[in-house]
Ligand binder design. Sequence first.
Ligand code: PEP
Length: 238
Amino acid sequence: MNLIVANWKMNMLRAGARAYAEELGRRIGERELSVELSIAPPLTALDAVRDPRGRWSLAGQNVSSETEGAFTGEVSARQLADAGCRYVIVGHSERRRIFGEDGKVLAAKLAQVRSAGLTPIYCVGETQEERARNLSIATLTRQIETLAGDPPDRPLVLAYEPVWAIGTGNVATPGDCAAACRHLRSLLSNRRDLRLLYGGSVTPENAGAMQQSAGIDGFLIGGASLTVSSFAAIAGLA
Ligand code: PEP
């Protein structure tokens, strides 16, 4: 089943999150969903977004590379699991670029996520500069090497998020996305349960074409996930 993930980043207060969850619940109503939904709110809003009926799951936006202890401001994978999360985003380009997270740190985070029984949403994608220098495939290959120690028999969600497409309005063409996804799938051909998402300026207007021709299993959505109407439209709930 396709997976549609909302990444709210550092947006939304609890009252807004509660209103969003109520409205999303109203839109879903009693219907049987044909896609799986997950929301990655700020930690402060996890409780406000939780659906008692389980129609969407919760995801963490980030996780510590450590298990527990004196790491002020960090949140462990076990704590995210305890708070009801099913997924954790690992390696988002904002974490790589702004917070300097490299392959070693991300591999440690992936191990923490697995030991807490959660599923990672591991993000990869080339920058504009790498793209201009024809290094897209090499970048993806290097970023996939971070998964070397990740058990291949466990479910994995991989998000292809070209950095130049995130929050810019420059969505990848379905052809570009399909080429990157083919490469990623070939690198991960040993995976039994792999879902490949696309992320980067997805909107209700471009989601359909992307979904049909790019061979993806859903979306990771930033900006367009902040309003329930556009998130619901991308999920086919309009
Ligand atoms: C993201 O940050 O993961 C993302 C895809 O953002 P946006 O949809 O705003 O480009």
